[in-house]
Design a protein around this ligand. Structure first.
Ligand SMILES: [Zn+2]
Length: 304
Protein backbone atom coordinates (compact mmCIF):
# COMPACT_ATOMS: atom_id res chain seq x y z
CA UNK A 1 0.00 0.00 0.00
CA UNK A 2 1.41 3.38 -0.92
CA UNK A 3 0.93 6.39 1.29
CA UNK A 4 -1.32 7.90 -1.39
CA UNK A 5 -3.91 5.19 -0.82
CA UNK A 6 -5.01 6.95 2.34
CA UNK A 7 -6.55 9.59 0.06
CA UNK A 8 -8.82 7.21 -1.87
CA UNK A 9 -11.78 8.07 0.34
CA UNK A 10 -12.87 11.52 -0.84
CA UNK A 11 -11.61 14.26 1.47
CA UNK A 12 -15.07 15.76 1.94
CA UNK A 13 -16.10 12.58 3.76
CA UNK A 14 -13.23 12.82 6.28
CA UNK A 15 -14.02 13.63 9.88
CA UNK A 16 -12.22 16.48 11.61
CA UNK A 17 -9.59 14.28 13.27
CA UNK A 18 -8.54 13.05 9.86
CA UNK A 19 -8.02 16.39 8.10
CA UNK A 20 -6.64 18.02 11.22
CA UNK A 21 -4.30 15.09 11.79
CA UNK A 22 -3.00 15.30 8.22
CA UNK A 23 -2.19 18.99 8.62
CA UNK A 24 -0.57 18.55 12.03
CA UNK A 25 1.57 15.57 11.04
CA UNK A 26 4.49 17.81 10.03
CA UNK A 27 4.27 21.49 10.86
CA UNK A 28 6.43 24.59 11.16
CA UNK A 29 7.32 25.32 14.78
CA UNK A 30 9.29 28.23 16.18
CA UNK A 31 11.38 30.36 13.84
CA UNK A 32 15.10 29.64 14.07
CA UNK A 33 16.16 32.82 12.34
CA UNK A 34 19.02 34.11 14.46
CA UNK A 35 19.12 37.70 15.72
CA UNK A 36 22.31 38.08 13.71
CA UNK A 37 24.17 35.92 11.26
CA UNK A 38 27.69 34.67 11.79
CA UNK A 39 30.34 37.39 12.18
CA UNK A 40 27.64 40.07 12.02
CA UNK A 41 26.70 39.28 8.41
CA UNK A 42 23.56 41.00 7.13
CA UNK A 43 22.23 38.08 5.12
CA UNK A 44 22.91 34.36 4.86
CA UNK A 45 23.39 32.76 1.43
CA UNK A 46 23.07 28.97 1.14
CA UNK A 47 23.65 27.66 -2.38
CA UNK A 48 22.70 24.08 -3.11
CA UNK A 49 23.22 21.83 -6.09
CA UNK A 50 21.09 18.70 -6.46
CA UNK A 51 23.32 16.38 -8.48
CA UNK A 52 20.51 14.31 -9.95
CA UNK A 53 22.50 13.44 -13.09
CA UNK A 54 21.30 10.09 -14.51
CA UNK A 55 18.92 9.40 -11.61
CA UNK A 56 16.09 11.54 -12.99
CA UNK A 57 15.95 9.09 -15.94
CA UNK A 58 16.58 5.89 -13.96
CA UNK A 59 13.93 6.91 -11.41
CA UNK A 60 11.25 6.43 -14.06
CA UNK A 61 12.63 3.03 -15.04
CA UNK A 62 13.99 4.39 -18.32
CA UNK A 63 17.30 3.09 -19.72
CA UNK A 64 17.34 5.45 -22.72
CA UNK A 65 20.97 6.33 -23.51
CA UNK A 66 19.68 9.56 -25.01
CA UNK A 67 18.01 10.69 -21.79
CA UNK A 68 20.84 9.34 -19.64
CA UNK A 69 23.33 11.44 -21.61
CA UNK A 70 21.52 14.61 -20.52
CA UNK A 71 22.26 13.64 -16.93
CA UNK A 72 25.80 12.60 -17.79
CA UNK A 73 26.40 16.20 -18.88
CA UNK A 74 25.82 17.19 -15.26
CA UNK A 75 28.69 15.01 -14.08
CA UNK A 76 31.00 15.46 -17.04
CA UNK A 77 30.70 19.20 -17.68
CA UNK A 78 28.61 21.00 -15.08
CA UNK A 79 29.98 19.88 -11.72
CA UNK A 80 33.60 20.71 -12.72
CA UNK A 81 32.37 24.08 -14.08
CA UNK A 82 30.43 24.81 -10.86
CA UNK A 83 33.29 23.73 -8.58
CA UNK A 84 35.68 25.98 -10.49
CA UNK A 85 33.33 28.94 -10.08
CA UNK A 86 32.85 28.29 -6.36
CA UNK A 87 36.60 27.97 -5.88
CA UNK A 88 37.23 31.25 -7.69
CA UNK A 89 34.77 33.03 -5.40
CA UNK A 90 35.82 31.23 -2.22
CA UNK A 91 32.26 29.97 -1.66
CA UNK A 92 31.28 26.66 -0.09
CA UNK A 93 27.98 25.03 -1.00
CA UNK A 94 25.93 21.90 -0.39
CA UNK A 95 25.56 19.08 -2.91
CA UNK A 96 22.50 16.86 -2.45
CA UNK A 97 23.28 13.55 -4.13
CA UNK A 98 21.13 10.44 -4.69
CA UNK A 99 23.04 7.34 -3.53
CA UNK A 100 22.97 5.79 -7.01
CA UNK A 101 24.59 8.94 -8.42
CA UNK A 102 27.25 8.78 -5.69
CA UNK A 103 27.94 5.16 -6.67
CA UNK A 104 28.12 6.09 -10.37
CA UNK A 105 30.42 9.07 -9.71
CA UNK A 106 32.33 8.45 -6.46
CA UNK A 107 35.33 10.56 -7.52
CA UNK A 108 33.06 13.53 -8.10
CA UNK A 109 31.69 13.26 -4.55
CA UNK A 110 35.18 12.93 -3.09
CA UNK A 111 36.25 16.05 -4.99
CA UNK A 112 33.18 17.92 -3.70
CA UNK A 113 34.13 16.99 -0.12
CA UNK A 114 37.87 17.67 -0.65
CA UNK A 115 37.05 21.17 -1.88
CA UNK A 116 35.22 21.94 1.37
CA UNK A 117 31.62 21.48 0.25
CA UNK A 118 28.95 19.48 2.03
CA UNK A 119 27.64 16.17 0.72
CA UNK A 120 24.04 15.52 1.78
CA UNK A 121 21.27 13.00 1.14
CA UNK A 122 18.89 13.08 -1.81
CA UNK A 123 17.24 9.67 -1.84
CA UNK A 124 18.39 6.36 -3.29
CA UNK A 125 17.56 6.71 -7.00
CA UNK A 126 15.54 9.93 -6.85
CA UNK A 127 12.43 7.88 -6.05
CA UNK A 128 9.10 9.58 -5.42
CA UNK A 129 8.98 9.10 -1.66
CA UNK A 130 5.24 9.40 -1.16
CA UNK A 131 4.65 6.49 -3.57
CA UNK A 132 6.62 4.13 -1.31
CA UNK A 133 5.40 1.98 1.54
CA UNK A 134 6.85 3.09 4.89
CA UNK A 135 9.07 -0.03 4.96
CA UNK A 136 10.55 0.66 1.52
CA UNK A 137 11.06 4.33 2.32
CA UNK A 138 12.92 3.35 5.48
CA UNK A 139 15.12 0.80 3.68
CA UNK A 140 16.08 3.27 0.92
CA UNK A 141 16.78 6.06 3.38
CA UNK A 142 19.09 3.85 5.45
CA UNK A 143 20.90 2.58 2.34
CA UNK A 144 21.33 6.12 1.05
CA UNK A 145 22.73 7.22 4.41
CA UNK A 146 25.25 4.35 4.51
CA UNK A 147 26.31 4.89 0.91
CA UNK A 148 27.03 8.59 1.33
CA UNK A 149 28.83 7.96 4.62
CA UNK A 150 31.12 5.47 2.91
CA UNK A 151 31.85 7.58 -0.17
CA UNK A 152 31.93 10.98 1.55
CA UNK A 153 34.02 9.79 4.49
CA UNK A 154 31.53 10.87 7.17
CA UNK A 155 27.82 10.36 7.78
CA UNK A 156 25.65 13.01 6.09
CA UNK A 157 23.73 15.28 8.50
CA UNK A 158 21.08 16.64 6.18
CA UNK A 159 18.57 15.54 3.60
CA UNK A 160 16.63 16.99 0.72
CA UNK A 161 13.86 14.58 -0.21
CA UNK A 162 13.89 13.96 -4.01
CA UNK A 163 11.44 16.30 -5.75
CA UNK A 164 10.68 17.60 -2.22
CA UNK A 165 8.19 14.75 -2.05
CA UNK A 166 8.18 14.52 1.76
CA UNK A 167 5.90 11.71 2.99
CA UNK A 168 3.99 11.45 6.28
CA UNK A 169 6.71 9.03 7.51
CA UNK A 170 9.79 10.98 6.33
CA UNK A 171 10.20 13.03 9.49
CA UNK A 172 10.24 9.93 11.70
CA UNK A 173 13.09 8.56 9.56
CA UNK A 174 15.00 11.84 9.75
CA UNK A 175 14.77 11.56 13.55
CA UNK A 176 15.73 7.90 13.51
CA UNK A 177 18.89 8.73 11.51
CA UNK A 178 19.55 11.66 13.87
CA UNK A 179 20.00 14.12 11.04
CA UNK A 180 20.47 17.80 11.88
CA UNK A 181 18.29 19.28 9.17
CA UNK A 182 15.90 18.81 6.30
CA UNK A 183 15.66 21.06 3.26
CA UNK A 184 12.48 20.01 1.43
CA UNK A 185 9.58 21.98 2.94
CA UNK A 186 8.14 25.41 2.25
CA UNK A 187 6.38 26.91 5.27
CA UNK A 188 8.64 29.97 5.66
CA UNK A 189 11.45 32.01 4.12
CA UNK A 190 13.54 31.52 7.26
CA UNK A 191 14.82 28.43 9.08
CA UNK A 192 12.37 26.88 11.51
CA UNK A 193 12.01 23.91 13.82
CA UNK A 194 9.97 20.96 12.59
CA UNK A 195 7.05 19.88 14.73
CA UNK A 196 5.60 16.38 14.46
CA UNK A 197 2.05 15.75 15.74
CA UNK A 198 2.31 18.89 17.85
CA UNK A 199 5.70 18.10 19.45
CA UNK A 200 8.93 19.97 18.71
CA UNK A 201 11.56 17.68 17.15
CA UNK A 202 14.79 19.70 17.31
CA UNK A 203 15.17 19.12 13.55
CA UNK A 204 16.01 22.29 11.62
CA UNK A 205 14.11 23.01 8.40
CA UNK A 206 15.95 25.07 5.79
CA UNK A 207 13.01 25.86 3.55
CA UNK A 208 12.96 25.68 -0.24
CA UNK A 209 10.55 27.02 -2.85
CA UNK A 210 10.03 26.34 -6.55
CA UNK A 211 10.56 30.08 -7.12
CA UNK A 212 14.14 29.67 -5.89
CA UNK A 213 14.90 26.62 -8.05
CA UNK A 214 16.31 26.53 -11.58
CA UNK A 215 14.31 23.46 -12.68
CA UNK A 216 10.81 24.98 -13.09
CA UNK A 217 12.18 27.74 -15.33
CA UNK A 218 14.37 25.60 -17.54
CA UNK A 219 12.62 22.21 -17.51
CA UNK A 220 11.93 20.69 -20.91
CA UNK A 221 10.11 17.52 -21.87
CA UNK A 222 10.38 16.60 -25.53
CA UNK A 223 7.26 14.41 -25.42
CA UNK A 224 5.00 16.92 -23.71
CA UNK A 225 4.39 20.62 -24.11
CA UNK A 226 6.72 21.52 -21.23
CA UNK A 227 9.16 24.11 -22.56
CA UNK A 228 11.38 26.69 -20.90
CA UNK A 229 9.72 30.07 -21.33
CA UNK A 230 11.76 32.29 -19.02
CA UNK A 231 15.12 33.47 -20.40
CA UNK A 232 18.18 33.23 -18.13
CA UNK A 233 18.05 37.02 -17.70
CA UNK A 234 14.48 36.69 -16.38
CA UNK A 235 15.48 33.98 -13.92
CA UNK A 236 18.38 36.15 -12.76
CA UNK A 237 15.92 38.98 -12.12
CA UNK A 238 13.75 36.71 -9.94
CA UNK A 239 16.70 35.30 -7.98
CA UNK A 240 18.13 38.80 -7.45
CA UNK A 241 14.77 40.02 -6.12
CA UNK A 242 14.60 37.06 -3.74
CA UNK A 243 18.13 37.81 -2.52
CA UNK A 244 17.45 41.55 -2.18
CA UNK A 245 14.34 40.79 -0.11
CA UNK A 246 16.29 38.43 2.13
CA UNK A 247 19.03 41.04 2.58
CA UNK A 248 16.50 43.77 3.42
CA UNK A 249 14.97 41.52 6.10
CA UNK A 250 18.29 40.18 7.40
CA UNK A 251 17.23 36.69 6.45
CA UNK A 252 18.20 33.59 4.53
CA UNK A 253 18.57 33.29 0.77
CA UNK A 254 18.59 29.59 -0.12
CA UNK A 255 18.84 28.59 -3.77
CA UNK A 256 18.36 25.14 -5.31
CA UNK A 257 20.10 24.36 -8.59
CA UNK A 258 20.80 21.26 -10.64
CA UNK A 259 24.17 20.75 -12.36
CA UNK A 260 22.64 19.31 -15.54
CA UNK A 261 20.36 22.35 -15.76
CA UNK A 262 22.37 25.35 -14.50
CA UNK A 263 25.76 24.17 -15.85
CA UNK A 264 25.08 25.09 -19.48
CA UNK A 265 26.95 28.05 -20.91
CA UNK A 266 23.94 30.34 -21.21
CA UNK A 267 22.85 29.59 -17.62
CA UNK A 268 26.06 29.33 -15.61
CA UNK A 269 26.24 32.97 -16.67
CA UNK A 270 23.27 33.82 -14.47
CA UNK A 271 24.83 32.15 -11.45
CA UNK A 272 28.04 34.13 -12.01
CA UNK A 273 26.03 37.36 -12.29
CA UNK A 274 24.05 36.49 -9.17
CA UNK A 275 27.19 35.84 -7.11
CA UNK A 276 28.65 39.16 -8.32
CA UNK A 277 25.41 40.90 -7.32
CA UNK A 278 25.49 39.35 -3.84
CA UNK A 279 29.14 40.24 -3.38
CA UNK A 280 28.56 43.83 -4.49
CA UNK A 281 25.70 44.11 -1.97
CA UNK A 282 28.26 43.14 0.69
CA UNK A 283 28.24 41.51 4.10
CA UNK A 284 26.74 38.16 3.11
CA UNK A 285 27.61 34.93 4.90
CA UNK A 286 27.97 32.16 2.33
CA UNK A 287 27.58 28.87 4.15
CA UNK A 288 26.79 25.21 3.63
CA UNK A 289 23.37 24.03 4.75
CA UNK A 290 24.99 22.15 7.61
CA UNK A 291 26.67 25.32 8.86
CA UNK A 292 23.43 27.29 8.61
CA UNK A 293 21.46 24.63 10.46
CA UNK A 294 24.03 24.28 13.24
CA UNK A 295 24.36 28.04 13.64
CA UNK A 296 20.59 28.54 13.83
CA UNK A 297 20.25 25.76 16.39
CA UNK A 298 23.09 27.16 18.54
CA UNK A 299 21.66 30.67 18.45
CA UNK A 300 18.11 29.62 19.27
CA UNK A 301 16.90 29.85 22.83
CA UNK A 302 16.73 26.39 24.45
CA UNK A 303 13.48 24.65 23.59
CA UNK A 304 10.80 24.78 26.24
ZN1 LIG B 1 16.63 16.11 -7.33
Amino acid sequence: MSQHDAAIEPSWTWDESRWRGAVEKVRAGRSLRPARWKNGARVCVALSFDSDHESSTLRDGSVSPGKLSQGEYGARVSVPRILEMLRRHGIRATFFVPAVVALLHPDEQRRVVDEGHELAMHGWIHEMTSELSPAVERDLMHRAHETLAKIGGRPPVGVRVPSWDFSPTTLALIRELQLTYDSSLMADDEPYELVEDGAATGIVELPVEWIKDDAPYFGMNRASTTRPYTPPSGVLEIFKAEFDGAAAEGGLFLLTMHPHIIGHRSRIWLLAELIEHIKRAGNAWFATHEEVARYCREQAAPAR
